[in-house]
Design a protein around this ligand. Structure first.
Ligand SMILES: Nc1ncnc2c1ncn2[C@@H]1O[C@H](COP(=O)(O)OP(=O)(O)OP(=O)(O)O)[C@@H](O)[C@H]1O
Ligand SMILES: [Mg+2]
Length: 250
C-alpha cells in the first residue's frame, strides 16, 4: 500500500498499556482521523510512528518501506512530517524562517502539486515553495513576524507550514484545530481536503467532532490503548461507545 501502515503497535509505561496492539492504515489520498478520550493513547501512538518515542512491539511502514527503528530525522527524510499537540516552533525565528526549516528537509520529492498550483512542481526553489505554502495557509501577511509573538491558532498553522514545506508523503497532525478560530478551521479543512486529493496520506488526531465530520474520510475510535471502532466518521460517532465518550458534545 502507498500510505502508512501501522501493525501490532505496543507501548507500555510501567503498568499502563498506553498503546495496546494497534493496527491502523493511513492510506494515501485520504484523511484518516484518530479520535478518543483523553489518555486513550493517541499522542503516544503518534510519537511511536514519528520515532520520537520507542515502541515495545509492532511495525510502521511508509509506502512499503519499513521505518521501524529509524530516528525521527530519517523518517522525515523518508517522507513523514508531523505537527505536535504542544506547539513546538522556533519562537525567535520568523514565520517564513520556521517554514524554511521544513523546506530544508526536502530530498527532491515532488511538491504537493495541487496545493501549490504549479505546472512543474520540481522547479520550485525552497524560497518559492515556502512562499506558496505560506500563502495557501493564509500566513503571507505574517511571514516576517517572529513566530513566538503570534496567537495560538496562527502558531499551529505555522507548524503546519513547516511540515508541508518538507513536501511529505504522509502528514500526522496532533489536534491541529485546537486554538484556531472559525475562519482558520474552515481554511485548515479546505487545505487538508486539497492535500488528500493530491495524494497525501493524512492522519489527524482531533477532539473537534465538527471538524472530523467535515474533513475525515475514515475515523478510528481509540479507547484505553486499543482501536475499538472504525469506519465513516458519522458511523463511528453513532456507535454506543462513541456516545459514551462524547456525551454532551456535538
Ligand atoms: N511519558 C510517559 N510516561 C508515563 N506515562 C505516559 C507517558 N506518556 C503518556 N503516558 C500515559 O499513557 C496514556 C496515554 O496518553 P496519551 O497522551 O497518549 O493520550 P491521548 O489520547 O493523546 O490523550 P489526550 O487526548 O488528552 O491528548 C495515559 O495514561 C498517559 O498518562
Ligand atoms: Mg494527546
Amino acid at each position: 500500500m502507498t500510505g502508512l501502515a501501522i501493525r501490532g503497535l505496543r507501548r507500555r509505561f510501567g503498568g499502563v498499556a498506553a498503546v495496546d496492539g494497534v493496527d491502523l492504515d493511513v492510506p494515501a489520498g485520504a484523511v484518516t482521523a484518530l479520535i478518543g478520550p483523553n489518555g486513550a493513547g493517541k499522542t503516544t501512538l503518534f510519537h511511536c510512528v514519528t520515532g520520537l518515542d520507542r515502541l515495545d512491539g509492532g511495525t510502521v511502514t511508509l509506502a512499503g518501506r519499513d521505518l521501524t527503528g529509524l530516528a525521527p530525522h530519517a523518517r522525515a527524510r523518508a517522507g513523514l512530517a508531523w505537527t505536535f499537540q504542544r506547539i513546538e516552533l522556533f519562537a525567535g525565528l520568523t514565520v517564513a524562517e520556521n517554514a524554511r526549516v521544513g523546506a530544508e528537509n526536502r530530498r527532491g520529492r515532488p511538491l504537493v502539486a495541487g496545493l501549490l498550483g504549479l505546472p512543474d512542481p520540481r522547479r520550485a526553489t525552497v524560497g518559492a515553495a515556502v512562499g506558496l505554502v505560506l500563502e495557501r495557509l493564509g500566513l503571507a501577511a505574517v511571514a516576517d513576524v517572529p513566530a513566538g509573538t503570534l496567537p495560538t491558532g496562527t502558531m499551529r498553522l505555522v507548524e503546519l507550514a513547516r511540515a508541508l514545506a518538507a513536501e511529505p508523503t504522509a502528514l500526522l497532525l496532533d489536534e491541529p484545530a485546537s486554538g484556531l478560530d472559525d475562519r482558520q478551521i474552515v481554511r485548515l479543512a479546505d487545505v487538508l481536503r486539497t492535500l488528500a486529493a493530491d495524494g497525501l496520506a493524512v492522519l489527524l488526531v482531533e477532539h473537534d467532532l465538527r471538524f472530523i465530520r467535515a474533513v475525515a474520510d475514515t475515523a478510528h475510535l481509540m479507547i484505553a490503548g486499543r482501536v475499538e471502532a472504525s469506519g465513516r466518521p458519522d458511523d463511528v460517532l453513532a456507535t454506543p461507545l462513541a456516545h459514551d465518550v462524547y456525551a454532551g458534545e456535538d
